[in-house]
Design a protein around this ligand. Sequence first.
Ligand SMILES: *[C@@H]1O[C@H](CO)[C@@H](O)[C@H](O)[C@H]1NC(C)=O
Ligand SMILES: *[C@@H]1O[C@H](CO)[C@@H](O)[C@H](O)[C@H]1NC(C)=O
Length: 427
Amino acid sequence: MFLRTYRRSPQRRLLRALVFIFGALFLLDLLTLLKHYREFSRNLLSHTYTELSTLPSPVQNQKIFICAQFWTNAKVIHDRWGQALLDLVGVLGKDNVYVSIYESGSLDNTKDILQVLDNVLAENHISRSIVLDPTTHADEINAGPLDEQGNPRPGWIQTTTVGAGKEMRRIPYLANLRNKALKPLFDLHSKGRNFDRILFLNDIVFQPSDVLSLLATNQGSYSAACALDFHHPPTYYDTFALRDSQGNSTIMSSFPYFRSLDSREAMLDGRAVKVQSCWNGMVAMDPSPFYEGLRFRALPDSLASKHLEASECCLIYTDMAASNLAGGGIYLNPAVRVGYTVEAYNTTHAGPDQNFVSSTGYVTGVWSNRIKRHLIPAVSAQAKEVAKKMERWVKDGSNSLEKREENGRICVIPEQHILIWNGWKHT
Ligand SMILES: *[C@@H]1O[C@H](CO)[C@@H](O)[C@H](O)[C@H]1NC(C)=O
Ligand SMILES: *[C@@H]1O[C@H](CO)[C@@H](O)[C@H](O)[C@H]1NC(C)=O
């Protein structure tokens, strides 16, 4: 009796002390995070340019090449994108912009809507190139894997679909369209007319202020600056092209997204985040690498045949880095959020601060990021599988004429994307 209480009470005291210490640490952590949250919100606000009458200094006197490509987006352009573009041109000044839109093979009346937009741009004397290409996906596919001389066409691979023969890849097709949309940039360059920025716009909900904030990223010093894009917030959308400062995919699809220390800390501070690749709805780029010959491309067909694929929007950065043309840095700017629906846009601009993360979301985000970092291996089984396939591809090619080198390793994922008449599919 005496002995047991004697033994129990120091244990209980120890337990009580431990509970107290953990409670105190927990509270201290929570208070520290809430303090960081206030800095985060302040930083976001200070990098958001809502004043439209005077351009932020990094945007003054800048010539902007606005570039977009469309396929079956009539409703989006009609309901909001066209007007948002006109608003943007109004803010940047029509003498400072060139609008290049490339549409092809839409299955709805996108061509009619773009024709109307073209007319409005013409009436307002805005330099532009609006190409309405009649070639459909079906035309591309029906052309078949061999050209008129019977030689294999690039961009066609033997897939794993039973009995399908060769099928047409989606990414080389998209890369080609992106280069076509850039053609006026090259034509104007050869005539001595140059731009300070290329602005790539997806079919997103955006406002002129978002573009100003994007163009002013890192005081205007960058090789590329991207927005964050949302379809179903708080989850971000474009995981195919986003890689952190170490080249890793994001570790979680909601805030604070990143694994690498640099990227994570910048995101938690609400500052522009250094990354190796990003696209996410809207991108501002320094055009000089393109003037030097940089173009969008896809992985080689022989590599894609191994059931691997990579976004042309990620490979553009690894190519830039490989030729030492990305020295200005690639940033994702959390002060710029765009949406694929008005609801998604509104949800990520909530409250008086127009914030996209609540204090609760901030704290739980930090905690789940910590847990995930400890539980999820840095190099996933999937990444190992990809690395192994790429090694085998190099080895298999040692006695072929093809030069087998791929600098876009960080972009590669184990998927196969095939073009079909009404979109695309996985195999
Ligand atoms: C991802 O991060 C780990 C370390 O955290 C690193 O070893 C690896 O090389 C990184 N990059 C890629 C592409 O896996
Ligand atoms: C989004 O916000 C705008 C401006 O605050 C408002 O006019 C609009 O009705 C909202 N739309 C939706 C779908 O929430």
